[in-house]
Design a protein around this ligand. Structure first.
Ligand code: OAD
Length: 254
């Protein structure tokens, strides 16, 4: 990790008017939550998304889909936020304005202390009625009942309150994300492979209108080439180092 790069970035964040953090499953990897596309441990290397994460899969086999999400909920409930999550919460407290857009459904940013989180792909700990016209949201998702459990309002099946392949991003989340991307002067893309749209387009969109684009990821991705600053490595190490550099910058009166 290049010390000068980290210090320059800390100074830029301190001066930033509006910073966007865009996170993906890599941020939770150090909490023991599987990413999606890692060749060995990623969920999509072991399971087929078309069997588990589409509306058609749920219609075909609701019990299988519900139980798979229940298994993921249990691993999320056991997990703890890591230093990367905590550093992002610290940035929210310290910087002029922060918007945190996460593709993660695990709620670990909130548990680490981030208070304003745009949940782009929903939250696995919530469930909602599978009938759109009912609209009931149930939190926490019920356990130890039939799988899937019935909606307490209308009796239809409950489903996880997450975005499946082929589904639209919740409109409020999309609007908040697009507004932030149009307004920010710095955007950090952290722990995401930048392969899933529309989330993947947000960093490029901010960069195209002049925002300074930072990528934190041990691997390169489709946006690495256009990033103004690349910090290759795990977010649980890099982000706390950035907070420390910010403390030092503040201490120097810079
Ligand atoms: P991916 O699994 O596609 O990418 C995870 C990224 O995290 C990879 O680029 C890794 O190199 C990186 N990574 C791994 N460990 C890391 C660490 N310790 N620190 C920083 N980065 C690390 O996951 P996402 O990009 O989040 O969608 O996937 C996007 C969407 O695809 C998910 O939200 C999910 C999935 O299908 C839905 O469920 C709708």
């Amino acid at each position: 990790m290049n010390r000068d790069v980290i210090y320059d970035l800390a100074a830029r964040l301190t001066a930033s008017r509006h910073t966007v953090f865009l996170t993906g499953s890599g941020v939770s990897a150090e909490s023991g939550i599987a990413t999606f596309r890692d060749a060995r441990s990623g969920l999509w290397s072991r399971y087929r998304p078309e069997d588990l994460a589409t509306p058609a899969a749920f219609r075909r086999n609701p019990a299988l889909v519900w139980d798979w999400y229940q298994w993921r909920r249990e691993s999320v409930a056991r997990a703890q936020p890591n230093p990367g999550h905590r550093a992002i919460a610290e940035f929210e407290r310290r910087l002029a304005r922060v918007t945190l857009i996460t593709q993660n459904v695990d709620g670990l940013h909130q548990r680490a202390g981030s208070s304003r989180v745009v949940e782009f792909h929903g939250n696995i700990m919530r469930s909602r009625c599978s009938l759109e016209q009912c609209g009931a949201v149930v939190e926490p998702a019920p356990v130890d009942t039939t799988s899937p459990p019935p909606c307490p309002r209308c009796g239809a099946w409950l489903r996880p309150d997450v975005v499946w392949f082929g589904e639209a991003i919740p409109s409020a989340a999309l609007e908040m994300a697009l507004a932030a991307v149009e307004d920010c002067d710095v955007i950090l893309s952290i722990g995401t492979s930048s392969q899933v749209q529309p989330a993947a387009g947000l960093a490029a969109q901010a960069s195209a209108r002049g925002a300074f684009l930072v990528e934190v990821n041990p691997e390169s991705t489709p946006i690495t080439r256009r990033a103004d600053c690349v910090l290759p490595g795990p977010s649980g190490r890099i982000l706390p180092a950035l907070v420390e550099a910010m403390n030092a910058v503040a201490g120097n009166g810079d």
